[in-house]
Write a protein that binds this ligand. Structure first.
Ligand code: SAM
Length: 327
């Protein structure tokens, strides 16, 4: 136990979200500016071996869960090869992926074989025109990716929907029926003031408590749990196998149980999505740090974890875009 990572507020850290690129093949209006060009350059990216070394260090200190994310992780070349490296790390018991599914149809089988067991897919609309307005992307590709992943045997598949007033809040019930039909888990997310884009979407903010109240009028929602180690609070829809998770960073933050940190593609470890606290691993790696010192560096990094985000009190605070931090 003494080997575990405990932050200054007594929380055990056992979960890393690993951003393998800050690039994305979509431009969700609340996430990345349409004309954004300020991406990290390849020489700034951690190599697969550098990523593996950092994750090994954390795994030796009790980190068990790893989620591959981005930007859009599937745009990083040879991703299945990285996943194979990561799934071989002793101690990592849960290896999952967050994706927009645009190119999932092509990669689903390889990712499954490489060791990804669970996937989360972002999907804010089931209407092609609206999907395009929100993301600039093609809905058919996403649905095709989802169905290929289902056929490949990923389980569970979770759909993440950012609920936005006047944008897609009239599709909540449609999304619920879609998930019942395909046996997906559904998670609703509140809009966060991350980057200028996130802040500009604040006018569309909807409290998920209101969404839950609205759904309760039509469906019987049974409180429940679901494994995953994340922040969602789940209910089950009576008479179906559908589980719905509510992720409420704004209306009811869950910082007291935060068990995670985020490693960006440039080797910066962000200790909180809503704060600037960070630790730089890349200079240490490129200066030839030993494994033992890398482990010590991981311990030091965790001492920097802040108590909580301040999205409500200081919405101007986070200038990084979500894609940079690793969503
Ligand atoms: N590209 C992958 C995907 O689509 O899941 C992984 C990265 S993406 C940044 C992760 C999640 O962050 C997506 O579900 C996206 O909708 C969400 N997101 C981005 N900006 C957000 C914001 N300002 N508020 C709430 N969620 C946001």
């Amino acid at each position: 136990m003494s080997n575990q990572l405990i932050d200054p507020f007594g929380r055990g850290v056992e979960y890393i979200r690993l951003s393998v690129t800050d690039r994305c093949d979509l431009r969700c209006f609340y996430c990345l500016p349409g004309d954004y060009r300020d991406f990290q350059e390849p020489e700034e990216w951690l190599t697969f071996d550098e990523i593996e070394r950092i994750i090994r260090a954390f795994a030796s200190l009790g980190v068990q869960r790893l989620r591959v994310t981005g930007g859009e992780p599937l745009v990083r070349k040879n991703l299945p090869a990285l996943v194979t490296q990561l799934s071989g790390i002793s101690g990592i018991e849960d290896l999952s992926l967050s994706t927009n599914a645009v190119s999932l149809a092509r990669q689903a089988e390889d990712l499954k074989t490489a060791g990804i067991s669970r996937i989360n897919v972002s999907l804010d609309s089931l209407r092609p025109e609206r999907f395009k307005d929100i993301t600039r992307g093609n809905l058919d590709k996403v649905i095709n990716g989802l169905m290929t992943a289902k056929a490949a045997g990923f389980s569970p598949i979770k759909i993440n929907m950012v609920v936005m007033k006047g944008v897609n809040d009239d599709e909540i019930e449609d999304m619920l029926e879609f998930c019942i039909e395909h046996d997906f888990t559904l998670r609703f997310i509140e809009t966060m003031p991350v980057g200028d884009t996130g802040r500009s979407a604040a006018s569309h903010y909807v409290s998920l408590q209101d969404v839950k109240d609205r759904l309760s009028e039509r469906y019987q929602l049974i409180p429940g749990v679901m494994p995953g180690g994340g922040p969602a609070r789940y209910v089950q829809v009576a008479g179906t196998s559908l589980r719905i998770g509510f992720i409420t960073p704004i209306s009811q933050h869950f910082c007291e149980t935060c068990n995670r940190v985020r490693l960006a593609v440039d080797g910066t470890l962000y200790l909180c999505l809503g704060q600037d606290h960070k630790f730089e691993f890349r200079p240490l790696l490129r200066a030839g740090i030993s494994d033992a010192d890398l482990q010590e560096a991981a311990r030091t990094a965790i001492t920097l974890k802040p108590e909580r985000h301040e999205f409500r009190e200081k919405p101007q605070q986070v200038v990084r875009f979500m894609a940079r931090t690793g969503g």
